[in-house]
Design a protein around this ligand. Sequence first.
Ligand code: 4AD
Ligand code: MG
Length: 462
Amino acid sequence: MSKKIIRVADALTAESAMSGITVRGWVRTRRDAKGFSFLEVNDGSCLANLQVIVDEASPAYWELGEAQNGASVEVKGDLVESPGQGQKWELKGQELKVWGAADQESYPLQKKRHSDEFLRSIAHLRPRTNKFGAAFRIRSEVAFAVHQFFKNFGFFYVHTPILTGSDAEGAGEMFRVTTLPQGYNPPNPAEPYAEDFFGRESNLTVSGQLEGEAMAMALGRIYTFGPTFRAENSNTARHAAEFWMIEPEAAFFELEDNMALGENLTRAVAWHVLENCAEDLDLFNKFVDTELLDRVRQLATGEYHRVAYRDAIDILVKSGKKFEYPASFGLDMQTEHERFLAEEYFKGPVTVYNYPKAIKAFYMRANDDGETVAAMDLLVPRIGELIGGSQREERLDRLEGRIRELGQNIDDYWWYLDLRRFGSAPHSGFGMGFERLLMLLTGIANIRDVIPFPRTPNSLEF
Ligand code: 4AD
Ligand code: MG
């Protein structure tokens, strides 16, 4: 039997009626009336369900038994104009096959509404809910928008390693990778990794930046977009132990260019979701955050502010606002400070630049004032830091000096320093947290709810 298989998204937006089509998906709800039944079928292709009507005259009627909530079904029938309210099309079912039944007593998604906490405990089933289905469709669409943006601007997508020997951030928040057995004692304590897989210490990457710089020094403009791992023990709604990061790196870019790139990227993806994810965005605007659409529109078309760190601290000090941690020059900004700047003071995205060197990573380019580095963070409402980046130190002597000053082993950086020995050039880049971007674009308040299988301290179900 030949099948004309149609996705629900395409059926619902059909230009005209279609006969003899097949739809496959999962039953969301079922209502039985005298002489016929309604099935709401969702196949994940869009938020809306396709209403399937099965009347007792059709052979499908006799297969309805197991077509209950959660069951997977295949329905063949005619797409006809729906006389009912709320949908243009419905499927008049003729043949019905239940591929997999779902026990109605134990199926966990029977209720209409579940708490986010409960749904996190069934991460394997939650994509079948409206909210998480929408979140993960938007996730896919935003990833596409990111690739499209960089392609348009001549950036090449490169893959940097996940297993690495370097600590790109120098923050020591790495997951170690080893094949040595538990309780292993090295015969020579001075060489604890001699018998390990790589014969040296290895970790999961905290950032692809350093390798990204090597690629940018050859391809000009590159970006990475991959998983990143941080063993920070911060149990906040904005930190995950495994998250995805977008990291552009561009030769000959100075801080100004870098700030513009971060702003333009944010603007472009906001624009893209408005144009391509309207139905899913509406759901979040209705049920999760009623200011979402205004905010995303502002990100797409509104102003992006810039302020030097020094002036930002002044603003915070003079604000008269009681912060849990008072702001002062030389201290890292807390989320409460970042959010005040973006939400209350600038009322929109703002890039803070030229941070004190003491609170930033070793690779950032020293400014002439001797006190600050050419760092930049893009802060956004509700999230705080969305982007962190800098112009890189391209001067060999300066960079070596900084690595020594921080008490790091210069030999570990031999290849990174080579980039400054052979054809060094000014260059810049940044990292944008993909999950934080998704929180911004969906209004979802917890990072655990924008990644399918979240990893956070003490939480790794499977
Ligand atoms: O500011 P970060 O630490 O910068 C870097 O890693 C640089 N090497 C990036 C670069 O210049 N190529 O991280 C960049 C962004 C943050 O602004 C934040 O959005 C996100 O990554 N991020 C996290 N997202 C989720 N969970 C975490 N634990 C995160 N840590 C950082
Ligand atoms: Mg940062």
